[in-house]
Design a protein. Structure first.
Length: 564
């Protein structure tokens, strides 16, 4: 029976079972207000021992449950999306390694053992980004893995500084280099969650297949940094610079991604930039002292963003691989089911009332308005929310209701059962996930007293940005594509040239110097090649000496014969 099941369906069923297991455990731990740690002693020698700790609390179980649900839907979706690929089994296995690495990161509280998941995410993501074997995918994969290497180095640096007899982040106390250690952790989280100046790798990772994008940009790789900072949040409370430092970079990230998404025409990159914008919102709420709201927005965002990527993948698959939104028009006529689901996801992303994104984003904005945040930063945050509305409405208007000016797509249909089932799994979360998490499970205190103008500001922004996006839709056809502003935003404010290129080039120069000085230098003389040449010369010398010795003995022997 198991042999007849396809590997995608088998892994999807297994992940769905884990979703229910972790979900039930999450409810049990949440209701009873408890958590526990399983400590497994791997081996011991005299007074030294090596242990692996596994943490079970409501945060880890709920996050793992969410990851398993999204991964299960992605497996079903990839069954249809990757059906013509000859290496689809290899693709699914690598995808499962990615999910396993994320679960290592979620459940392991030790910073040393956490490297298994942290480094595993970076390495497996490199394998997935370069899955399509071409130069563009390889360069995107190198950019991704190099940027993640920076975070790995800072994590290793924090491990080397933590000299307390253990590396469990639940039991960290103050020591001499505590602030430097926590600063390393913050930088590591910023690299993994693609905050400025480490943002250029996230849109570049769109070279991977769309199922990978749905998993990577919703609940796994990009959220690992946010999750790590939430876990370390209590250790940041005594550090003065943490909140202002993180607030500044998160707001700049939100603004940059929003502006660049307005000028972008690649559908997958627009969705990736929207992910970058929401990561900025998560970091922003974390910097305002709201870690649980940051986690809440992470959960709601994961549901509708994974669904948005699945809708984008379905459209790209139906339109023969086209990703330019100027060529993809009239989706509501050709793919009505996908079009409706995509509009729901965009509305949830904008914070439309009573959808998943509304409950978390509206509460973050209200808490920001009621807090003591700098007025300029508050305006920048509201501008970032407006930009989210603008690029979401722009994509919907062009893709959904634009007049088709390309090929004839009357024979299209979105009746693929695997795609429909995978979307329906996540559709409930995108519609009701925010309500369930807020009112039934996490029970956030949502009664915030504000003036009426502040209460209605989000609704005013929705209406205002809707009309602005309509006007931009009309004017966009007249915009010069070769203008400097257009080009600068298409290049993400030249972040690749300013931040990524120097990093890659410095590593290249260092590797070339090591090649000449070490591999072709000392290693040539002192390594295997040098020993070989030395032995060769020594044996040649011994051979020459033995030949001379033999000739001398031969001459002496002949002389002795003639003499006697």
């Amino acid at each position: 029976m198991l042999k007849k099941l396809k590997i995608e369906i088998l892994f999807s069923i297994i992940l769905m079972l884990f979703f229910w297991v972790w979900g039930i455990m999450f409810l049990y731990l949440m209701i009873n207000n408890m958590s526990f740690i399983i400590s497994w002693e791997i081996f011991s020698f005299l007074s030294s021992f090596v242990e692996l700790d596994i943490l079970f609390d409501w945060i880890s179980c709920s996050f793992s449950s969410l990851v398993c649900l999204i991964s299960s839907s992605v497996c079903l979706f990839s069954m249809s999306y990757m059906k013509s690929d000859i290496n689809k089994k290899r693709f699914i296995v690598i995808l499962m390694l990615f999910v396993m690495s994320m679960n290592f990161l979620i459940f392991i509280p030790s910073v040393v053992s956490l490297i298994l998941g942290w480094d595993g995410l970076g390495l497996v993501s490199f394998c997935l980004v370069i899955y399509y074997q071409n130069n563009k995918s390889l360069s995107a994969g190198m950019l991704t893995v190099m940027m993640n290497r920076v975070g790995d180095c800072f994590i290793l640096g924090s491990i080397s500084i933590m000299m307390m007899g253990h590396w469990n982040y639940l039991c960290i106390w103050w020591f001499n280099l505590f602030e430097i250690c926590m600063f390393f952790v913050v930088i590591a989280g910023m690299t993994k969650s693609a905050q400025i100046p480490f943002s250029s790798w996230l849109p570049a990772a769109m070279a991977a297949p769309t199922p990978v994008s749905a998993l990577v940009h919703s609940s796994t790789l990009v959220t690992a940094g946010v999750y790590l900072l939430i876990r370390f949040y209590n250790n940041f409370l005594d550090i003065n610079f943490f909140f202002s430092f993180l607030l500044f970079f998160s707001v700049i990230t939100t603004l940059m991604s929003g502006v660049c998404a307005i000028f972008e025409n690649d559908m997958k990159k627009i969705i990736a930039l929207s992910t970058l914008s929401q990561l900025g919102v998560m970091m922003m709420s974390l910097s305002m002292g709201l870690p649980m709201l940051s986690l809440f927005h992470l959960y709601t965002h994961a549901m509708f963003k994974a669904l948005l990527f699945l809708c984008g993948g379905s459209i790209i698959n139906s339109y023969s691989g086209m990703q330019d939104i100027r060529d993809i028009k009239g989706v509501m006529k050709s793919l009505p089911f996908t079009g409706v689901i995509m509009n729901l996801c965009n509305m949830a992303l904008c914070g439309f009332p009573f959808l998943a994104g509304f409950y978390s984003k509206d509460m973050i904005i209200e808490m920001m308005l009621s807090s003591e945040v700098n007025f300029f930063m508050m305006l920048m945050c509201l501008l970032g929310v407006c930009l989210t509305l603008l690029y979401s409405m722009r994509m919907s208007m062009i893709v959904m209701w634009g007049d088709s000016n390309s090929m004839n797509y009357e024979n299209m249909s979105d009746d693929d059962n695997m795609i429909i089932i995978s979307m329906l799994f996540l559709c409930g979360g995108a519609l009701f996930g925010g309500f369930i998490y807020q009112n039934l499970v996490i029970c956030f205190y949502s009664f915030i007293i504000l003036p009426l103008v502040y209460k209605l500001i989000v609704n005013f922004l929705l209406l205002f940005c809707f009309f602005i996006s309509l006007s931009l839709w009309m004017v966009e056809k007249k915009m010069k594509i070769d203008s400097l502003i257009y080009w600068m935003n298409m290049k993400m404010w030249f972040l690749s040239s300013l931040c990524s290129y120097p990093l890659v080039m410095s590593l290249k120069v260092m590797s070339n110097s090591n090649l000449k000085l070490v591999d072709m230098g000392w290693f040539e003389l002192m390594g295997g090649q040098g020993i070989y040449m030395m032995m060769k010369k020594m044996f040649s010398f011994m051979e020459w000496w033995m030949l001379i010795f033999f000739n001398i003995n031969l001459i002496i022997f002949i002389l002795l014969i003639f003499m006697f």
